[in-house]
Design a protein around this ligand. Structure first.
Ligand SMILES: *Cc1c(COP(=O)(O)O)cnc(C)c1O
Length: 427
């Protein structure tokens, strides 16, 4: 029996020319549930988490899964059961965590635009910390907490002004960016926060970007954070925890990001060298916990060979897989059944009426209509960014655990899509 794994995809392999996730042949899933279909490997998620846990062995740390990467309830449950906290950016996300059995005190609430209603609900639930992004937000949170007779636990998101060397749309820690408090204002902002009776200052946080593939931006950010902690504490405000955010990249197409445990070995050495080794730590990884644990399965509908380009039209589209259209992102595309070497190159495109609806450019593939393909590294920022554009139903999702495959989201129906709409009254 032949067995060959794919680079960067330890839980996906060809067994006798059939692509399997853990012990489940993906063709069986397609037959049972149709396409487009997302499949996630539980072992893939837990092994990504284990790399962080190894890296932090013996330290005080709270790993908060940044669930905007994939906010499906079944995925949240996997991380809640593994002891993770959650980084949420909306009341909707907090509601999902609570529905999936996550603990409120392990929730941190990030985002530049929290509403009063969101603050009230999060205070009511008893979340662990608000990551505050502006001085104006401090004042509003203070007021909301006082009105409820509570003190809101806060951390202030600072902008360390380091270049994460990633795509500009997912770079968040530079000066010209809407996120966080500028370096020069940080000490002043902490003094203000500490003087507000409705707030309890707990920590400091940053998040410098996403799909970061080098250790150096993290090491620079950590240095600047520690400089700030020293300055803030010298000004009389103690800082209980340091939260370095998320952003670690994954291997989509030969990228070589540091492994989570190796990255943290370097960061912890820095913390130790600067005397912060015993500080309580938090991190907010998203993509690196789920990205390579997921695939999107799709059927080839039509081949349109042409003079300039050959088009392969598949039944997944930019509403299911928005990253290529949004960020020119690369996802590997492989067949579910291995065939002889391809001799032709294809533009893999979806059915949506937009030229931006492509999934892969110039891919060597040997597939006929009716064959199935797997779009790899589709666990993060795919389903959670999906839409109903062109009135397409959102895909179904399956979670694989060994030989077992469980549907964690049914395929949407047209009735589901129209449920909240009303036809005009007769006049
Ligand atoms: C998106 C986000 C994360 C997670 O980023 P990844 O690149 O998916 O790890 C963490 N923290 C904050 C504040 C975020 O906005």
């Amino acid at each position: 029996m032949s067995h060959s794994t794919l680079p960067g995809q330890p839980f996906i392999a060809y067994q006798n020319a059939e692509l399997c996730m853990e012990d489940v042949p993906l063709a069986d899933l397609v037959q049972q549930h149709g396409t487009p279909l997302f499949a996630y490997s539980k072992a893939g998620m837990l092994s990504a988490l284990a790399a962080y846990q190894r890296g932090f062995a013996g330290r005080q740390v709270q790993i908060c899964y940044a669930m905007k990467a994939n906010s499906s309830l079944g995925v949240i449950q996997v991380f809640a059961q593994a002891g993770c906290g959650f980084d949420v950016v909306s009341l909707g996300e907090m509601t999902r965590v609570l529905a999936a059995g996550g603990q409120p005190e392990r929730i941190i609430f990030s985002g530049v635009g929290k509403t009063r209603a969101e603050m009230r609900a999060a205070l009511q639930a008893g979340i662990g910390c608000f990551n505050v992004e502006s001085e104006a937000e401090l004042d509003v949170l203070n007021q909301v907490a006082l009105d409820m007779g509570l003190r809101a636990p806060v951390s202030i998101r600072v902008n360390p002004n380091v270049d994460p060397q990633t795509h500009p749309y997912i770079s968040t820690g530079l000066k010209g960016n809407k996120f966080g408090i500028a370096h020069e204002r940080v000490v002043h902002t902490y003094q203000r926060a500490a003087a507000l009776p409705g707030l309890q200052v707990l920590g400091i946080d940053c998040h410098i970007g996403s799909q970061i593939t080098q250790a150096s931006p993290y090491l620079d950010a950590m240095d600047r954070m520690l400089d700030l902690v020293q300055a803030i504490e010298a000004a009389g405000v103690p800082i209980a925890h340091i939260d370095l955010g998320g952003g670690l990249g994954i291997d989509y197409h030969g990228e070589t990001p540091p492994a989570a445990d190796q990255l943290w070995a370097q960061l912890l050495a820095k913390l130790d060298a600067r005397g912060f080794g015993q500080r309580h730590l938090m991190i907010e990884p998203g993509r690196s916990l789920v990205g390579n644990a997921g695939v999107c399965l799709t059927e080839v509908l039509y081949l349109k060979p042409g003079e300039q380009k050959n088009f392969m039209v598949v039944d997944a589209a930019m509403n299911d897989l928005p990253r290529p259209a949004m960020y020119q992102a690369y996802h590997q595309i492989v067949p579910l059944r291995q065939r002889p070497e391809p001799t032709q190159s294809w533009e893999v495109v979806g059915p949506i009426c937009e030229s931006g609806d492509w999934i892969g450019h110039d891919r060597a593939l040997n597939a006929q209509p009716g064959d199935h393909l797997a779009v790899l590294s589709a666990g993060a920022y795919c389903m959670s960014m999906s839409s109903n554009y062109n009135t397409r139903n959102r895909a179904a999702e399956v979670l694989i655990d060994g030989k077992r495959a469980q549907v964690i989201r049914e395929r949407e129906s047209y009735t589901d899509q129209m449920r909240l709409e009303h036809l005009l009254d007769a006049s």
